[in-house]
Design a binder for this molecule. Structure first.
Ligand code: ZN
Length: 420
C-alpha cells in the first residue's frame, strides 16, 4: 500500500447532503431550512457513534457559507467550501467536549462568538460529545444561546442526549440520527471497494458490514484493515482467517450437540476453538445471535428477517425444524441471565464451559409434549402386540427424568404388567 493512503472513512466521507446515505429526515430538513432561509441558532444531533453527526454538521456549515450554494447543497469548489473540507476555515470551529470540557473552553467560545465572521456569512461552533461539558461550561454556553448574535450557529453532537441539561436542549432544534442498516453499509462498502479497485465477494461485504454494528465508520475501518492485508482482492476465506472469526458452521454444530445431549463433543469443539485463539466474547455473542436467528424462524416462519446470506438462511430454516420455540427461549434466557457474570468472570473459559453444560442440561430437561404424545400412541399400539413392551426405552428417549415419568405413566395408564 502506498504512503498516500487515506483512511476510507475520511477519503469517502460525504461532501454533500445528497451523498449522505440514510438519515433522510435530517438531510431533507436541513436542506429545506437553507433553501427557505429558516435557520435556527442551535442544532442538536443525537445518535450512536459512527452515524455521521459531524459529517452532517460540516456539510451544513459548508452549504450555509458557500458562495455558489444551490438547492441547499454546497458547491465544494469555492474557497469557503474547500477550507471547510480541509478544516482550515476561520469561521468554522470544531471542538471535542471530551477533551475541552471546562469553563475556560466555553469562555474561549464566548469570546470568539463576540466577533463577526471573518470570511463567511456565518460563524459555526461544532461541539462533539457535548454531554461531556461541566455544569459551569453548560451555564456559560446557555448564556450565549439565550441571546445569540444573528451570525452565530451552534451544532451540538452527542451520543448521550439525556445527559444534557434541559435548558440547553430546549433551545436546540433536535435531530435523531439512526444506526445504519446493514444493506446501507454494504452498498457504501461496495462503492468504496469499486473506487479503490478492490474485488470483494458478497459474503465478505456482508461480514464486514455486520461487524460494523450499525456504525459506518467502524465498518470502513475494518475494511481498511482487511485491504492492508489482502491488497487487491478480499475473499471470505481469507477474511475469516484474518479476523479470526468463528465460522457460522460452528454455531450450528453447538446447537446440534446441545440437542443431542452430546456434552463430550460439545466441549471438544469448544476447546478446539479456544486453542485456535477465538475471542470468547465474540463466541458468546455468536451463540446468542445464532439462537435468536432460530427463534425468529420458529416464531415467524420467515427466514428473510435474518441478517444472513441466502445459503445460511436456508440452513437456518432446516436447522430450526429440530427445535421448539420454548427450547430456544430457555437457552436464550440462560445466555441473557449469564451475560453480565460472563463479562466480569475471571476465567471466561471455565465459565463458558460450565454454561455449555448447563445448556445441555436445560435442553434435556425440556419435555417435548408433542413428541411424547406420539410416542405414547405408538406405545399403545405396541402394547397390543405382546412381543414389544419396552416402555423404558421409549421414555428414555423423551426425557432423562424417566423414573418420575414411568411412575406417572403407571398411574395414568394402569399398565403395570408391561413394565419390567
Ligand atoms: Zn462552495
Amino acid at each position: 500500500m502506498n504512503s498516500e493512503f487515506k483512511v476510507s472513512a475520511r477519503e469517502f466521507r460525504p461532501q454533500k447532503f445528497s451523498e449522505v446515505i440514510s438519515q433522510e429526515f435530517a438531510t431533507r430538513t436541513l436542506k429545506n431550512a437553507i433553501k427557505n432561509n429558516k435557520i435556527a441558532h442551535a442544532y442538536l444531533f443525537c445518535g450512536p457513534r459512527g452515524t455521521g453527526k459531524t459529517t452532517l454538521a460540516r456539510i451544513f456549515a459548508k452549504a450555509m457559507n458557500c458562495s455558489n450554494q444551490s438547492d441547499g447543497e454546497p458547491c465544494n469548489k469555492c474557497d469557503s467550501c474547500i477550507e471547510i473540507t480541509s478544516g482550515g476555515h476561520p469561521d468554522v470551529f470544531e471542538l471535542d467536549a471530551a477533551s475541552n470540557r471546562g469553563i475556560d473552553d466555553v469562555r474561549a467560545i464566548q469570546d470568539a462568538a463576540k466577533f463577526y465572521p471573518i470570511k463567511g456569512k456565518f460563524k459555526f461552533f461544532i461541539i462533539d460529545e457535548v454531554h461531556m461539558l461541566t455544569i459551569q461550561a453548560f451555564n456559560a454556553l446557555l448564556k450565549i444561546l439565550e441571546e445569540p448574535p444573528a451570525y452565530l450557529i451552534f451544532i451540538l453532537a452527542t451520543t448521550n442526549p439525556e445527559k444534557i441539561p434541559q435548558t440547553i436542549t430546549s433551545r436546540c432544534q433536535r435531530f435523531l440520527l439512526s444506526r445504519f442498516k446493514i444493506n446501507e453499509i454494504i452498498s457504501k462498502l461496495k462503492d468504496v471497494a469499486k473506487q479503490r479497485k478492490i474485488k470483494i465477494d458478497d459474503e465478505s461485504l456482508f461480514e464486514i458490514a455486520k461487524l460494523g454494528d450499525g456504525a459506518l465508520r467502524d465498518a470502513l475501518g475494518i475494511f481498511d484493515m482487511v485491504i492492508s492485508f489482502s491488497e487487491t482482492e478480499i475473499k471470505i476465506k481469507d477474511l475469516k482467517e484474518f479476523l479470526n472469526l468463528p465460522d457460522k458452521e460452528i454455531y450450528f454444530k453447538i446447537t446440534e450437540f446441545v440437542k443431542s445431549n452430546d456434552t463430550l463433543e460439545l466441549l471438544n469443539l469448544f476447546n478446539s476453538l479456544v486453542d485456535k485463539g477465538f475471542d470468547l466474547q465474540t463466541f458468546y455473542n455468536g451463540i446468542t445471535e445464532h439462537l435468536r436467528n432460530i427463534l425468529i424462524i420458529k416464531s415467524t416462519g420467515n427466514e428473510d428477517l435474518l441478517n444472513e446470506t441466502d445459503v445460511i438462511k436456508s440452513e437456518y430454516k432446516k436447522h430450526s425444524e429440530s427445535f421448539t420455540a420454548e427450547e430456544i427461549l430457555r437457552l436464550l434466557n440462560l445466555l441473557f441471565e449469564s451475560e453480565q457474570k460472563f463479562k466480569y468472570s475471571f476465567n471466561q473459559k471455565i465459565f463458558m464451559e460450565s454454561l455449555l453444560q448447563e445448556m445441555v442440561k436445560l435442553n434435556s430437561e425440556t419435555v417435548n409434549f408433542d413428541k411424547l404424545i406420539t410416542e405414547l400412541n405408538e406405545f399403545k399400539k405396541k402394547t397390543l402386540n405382546p412381543e414389544i413392551t419396552d416402555i423404558d426405552e421409549i421414555v428414555k428417549k423423551v426425557t432423562p427424568k424417566k423414573d418420575i415419568l414411568i411412575e406417572k405413566l403407571k398411574d395414568l395408564f394402569d399398565i403395570e404388567e408391561h413394565i419390567n
